[in-house]
Structure formats: structure tokens, C-alpha cells
Design a protein around this ligand. Structure first.
Ligand code: NAP
Length: 252
């Protein structure tokens, strides 16, 4: 299979974890908005390739690349090989994330750190490389996917809540540092969204969550993608350092 070469001049959006779930919906929506798409995956290349093909079928241009964002050296090499002087990086969506749930008193330090390494350290590493390029361009949009759990906490998710809350502080700090270069940085905090990440939840747990959501349904990936599409558009040019909740009203 030959990978599509991206146009060096066209505004490109980089989406981490764009192979499935929310990242896939974001990749497709930003492609429809006119961005060229560079999407990354960690392990499931076939899923990433499907997204590329879906975007091409819609008339867009996309490319996929493997990247484990928790490995800072890999992130640096990825930017050298796939981004620097190869594309015009106009938008970054830090979407990749994992969960490793467990109650605090039983949580292994490895499981705490694994979630922090992907969700928080990975967001830092990718943003740092992207910010260097965007600063030179004096333009850019950075959108970090946090979570309602980072705002309100959740029993059984101390690791994930800590990482997702960290993303909010990180976002606000980046917004302040990068504003002088005309780069905006915002977070989107989804509530409970139907993806592989929530598919394993027992039906009774899902029913409890839905009961607690004023709009009385779980969100779908497109609900989140629409918020990202807005923040990546000209309509959001004067918005930075904000957290946009997409949660059906469960935490206002
Ligand atoms: P998902 O369906 O599990 O997809 C996760 C994506 O992240 C996949 O593309 C996966 O790639 C990639 N990924 C995982 N570990 C990675 C790593 N170390 N390096 C690079 N990529 C990695 O998750 P989702 O539900 O769409 O969630 C997307 C984002 O939204 C996450 O940040 C999540 O925390 C956040 N979020 C989700 C919900 C929800 O209810 N679903 C709610 C709030 C926030 P592979 O397929 O190759 O493994």
C-alpha cells in the first residue's frame, strides 16, 4: 500500500489517536471543514487506514502514521520525519488517551503512571513539538481532549481524573504562553461518549450515568467532533484558554 503524500502548503490538522472513536470522528469532520489530515494510531493500523479511506471517499486528503505518544523520543522522531518541513501544521488535536480503572487503595503505581504517561505526558510532548513549528508560523490551533472526569472526579479513576485535570492546567498555561504567536489553545471536556472506551461498562452502570445526564443520553463521537470543529475554525479566533464541556449537562 502506498501512503498518500500530503500537500506541503495546505492547512493540516494532526490528530493523535485518530484511528477510532472520538479521534476518528474529529478527523473526518476536520477533513470536511477543509483541513488536510495527518492522523496517528498506536497499534491498530487497519483501523487508521480505514479512516484515511473514509476521508478520501469524502474528497479529502489524509495520511496515517504510527506513534506512541507516551514515548517522547518517538514523538520527536515523528515530528522530524512526518511534520517538520513536510506539512503546514495549522491545527493539533491531542486526542489519544487510555484508561486503567481501579479504586485508589488497590491501584498499582504502574497503572497510575501508564495513564499519566499517555494522557498528560503525551499531550505535553506532542504539544511542545507542535508549538515550536506553530510559533515560527505565527499561527495555530491546539485543542486538547480532557474529560468531565477531570472537572468533577470519578471513583475508580484517580489516575485518569488526575491526568485529565492536568490537561486543563496545561491548556490554560499554553494559551498564555502562545497567545503572542497567535496560537490558541483550548480544551474540550467530553462527558460519557459511546466509544470502545465506554463499551465495556455494564448496562446497569451505563443506565446510572444516563440517569445523571440531564439530556438523558450518552453522547456520540460526533457531538465532540462538532465542538472541536468550532474551536479549529475562524469562528473561534478570539477564544483561548477555555474548557468547552460536551456532556449533556451532567456537570455545569
Ligand atoms: P478509544 O476509542 O479508546 O480510542 C483511543 C485512541 O487513542 C485510539 O486511536 C488509540 O490507538 C489511541 N491511543 C491509545 N494509546 C495511545 C498511545 N499511547 N499513543 C498514541 N495513541 C494512542 O477512545 P475514545 O473514547 O475515542 O477517547 C478519545 C479521547 O477522548 C481520549 O483522550 C479520552 O480520554 C477522551 N474522552 C473519552 C470519553 C468517552 O466517554 N469515550 C469521555 C471523555 C474523554 P489504537 O487504536 O491504535 O490503539
Amino acid at each position: 500500500m502506498t501512503q498518500q503524500v500530503l500537500d506541503k502548503e495546505q492547512a493540516t490538522a494532526l490528530i493523535t489517536g485518530g484511528s477510532r472513536g472520538i479521534g476518528r470522528a474529529i478527523a473526518k469532520m476536520l477533513a470536511q471543514d477543509g483541513y488536510q489530515i495527518l492522523l496517528t494510531y498506536r497499534s491498530k493500523e487497519e483501523e487508521a487506514l480505514l479512516v484515511v479511506q473514509e476521508i478520501e471517499a469524502l474528497g479529502g486528503r489524509a495520511r496515517h502514521a504510527a506513534l506512541d505518544i507516551s514515548r517522547t523520543e518517538d514523538v520527536r522522531r515523528f515530528f522530524q520525519d512526518e511534520v517538520k518541513d513536510k506539512i503546514r501544521l495549522a491545527c493539533l488535536v491531542n486526542n489519544a488517551g487510555i484508561t486503567k480503572d481501579g479504586l485508589l487503595i488497590r491501584m498499582k503505581e504502574d497503572d497510575f503512571m501508564a495513564v499519566v504517561d499517555v494522557c498528560l505526558r503525551g499531550t505535553f510532548a506532542v504539544t511542545q513539538e507542535a508549538a515550536k513549528i506553530m510559533s515560527k508560523n505565527r499561527a495555530g490551533r491546539i485543542i486538547n481532549i480532557s474529560s468531565v472526569v477531570g472537572l468533577m472526579g470519578n471513583a475508580g479513576q484517580a489516575n485518569y481524573a488526575a491526568a485529565k485535570a492536568g490537561i486543563i492546567g496545561f491548556t490554560k498555561s499554553c494559551a498564555k504562553e502562545l497567545a503572542s504567536r497567535q496560537i490558541t489553545c483550548n480544551a474540550v471536556a467530553p462527558g460519557f461518549i459511546e466509544t470502545d472506551m465506554t463499551a465495556h461498562l455494564p448496562d446497569e452502570v451505563k443506565a446510572q450515568y444516563i440517569e445523571a445526564i440531564p439530556l438523558k443520553r450518552m453522547g456520540i463521537a460526533d457531538d465532540v467532533a462538532k465542538a472541536v470543529s468550532f474551536l479549529a475554525s475562524d469562528k473561534a479566533a478570539y477564544i483561548t484558554g477555555q474548557v468547552l464541556s460536551v456532556n449533556g449537562g451532567m456537570y455545569c
